[in-house]
Design a protein around this ligand. Structure first.
Ligand code: NAD
Ligand code: ZN
Length: 243
């Protein structure tokens, strides 16, 4: 682990981690902003990921939505990387109290973290829009459960949708409230793998009142000048625990 980061962690008692898509790129799940994602989506679908993954697009064009969604947001073989493992270790030794994530891949829980606030929901959870029956990701991905790629509830025949927050939809207030509470209690906030240009990411940092703000991101962010420590490197390498 980066020495400066380790020193801050050693001197902290209530660490909260706040992360984005960059946390999972080393698990081979591409982010949108720094990878080819934006460009590719425009070329293949004539729209940006934000447009395709919006509520209005989903309502208008379910077949294309699910085609894009299944090809670009579901990575069933993805495994936690060094960053997820380090965060799991920090929870086990009692230093890390919560993770707030914009990711929808479930990798923090897979790594063993138990207090995870998923601001944008999870691709692992799905529900029928009419009768609310719950389905897992295998159900959604199995063609036998779909009509032209759109998953259909086996109880009532309505559309099954992922429990993720689409663009234009509002965040779950309980999850948001929990995230704000944890961030405002933290003595150290480690922010990683997020560009901090979109709401609510940038807004959440304002609730932090602790001692150490650490930013770990490959590229620069608008908050770099507010941080005590900025590390512009790969997060898995920066956080890797050498036991
Ligand atoms: P974002 O704006 O948070 O950008 C990702 C940031 O991570 C970039 O600034 C990039 O420089 C940085 N980064 C990439 N790999 C890194 C690494 N290995 N180490 C350190 N920094 C790294 O997120 P986005 O890509 O614009 O995605 C927008 C939203 O889409 C997300 O908030 C999320 O809801 C969803 N999304 C989720 C996943 C996922 O669940 N894994 C993946 C893609 C997009
Ligand atoms: Zn149903």
């Amino acid at each position: 682990m980066d020495k400066r980061l380790k020193e801050i962690i050693d001197n902290s008692e209530y660490i909260v981690f706040f992360g984005g898509a960059g946390v999972s790129t080393e698990s081979n799940i591409p982010d949108f902003r720094s990878s080819q994602g934006l460009f590719k989506a425009r070329k293949e679908y004539g729209a940006s990921p934000e447009e395709i993954l919006s509520h209005s697009y989903f309502m208008r064009n379910r077949e294309t939505f699910f085609d894009y969604y299944k090809k670009n947001l579901i990575y069933r073989d993805a495994k936690p990387n060094k960053a997820h493992e380090a965060l799991s270790y920090l929870e086990k030794i009692g230093k890390l109290k919560a993770i707030v994530t914009q990711n929808i891949d479930g990798l923090h829980q897979m790594a063993g973290n138990t207090k995870v606030y998923e601001l944008h929901g999870s691709v692992l959870r799905n529900y029928c829009m009419k009768c609310n029956t719950k389905y897992d990701v295998d159900f959604v991905m199995s063609e036998g459960n779909c009509r032209r790629g759109v998953p259909i509830c086996s109880k009532c025949g309505s559309v099954v949708r992922p429990d993720v927050v689409l663009y234009e939809e509002s965040l779950d207030m309980d999850v948001m409230g929990g995230a704000v509470r944890e961030i405002s209690k933290a003595d150290t906030l480690i922010v990683g793998g997020t560009s901090l240009v979109v709401y609510p990411a940038a807004g959440l940092i304002r609730y932090f009142r602790g001692k150490h703000l650490v930013l770990i991101n490959k590229d620069k962010t608008p908050y770099d000048q507010n941080a005590d420590l900025v590390i512009n490197e790969f997060i898995g390498k920066v956080m890797e625990i050498d036991l």
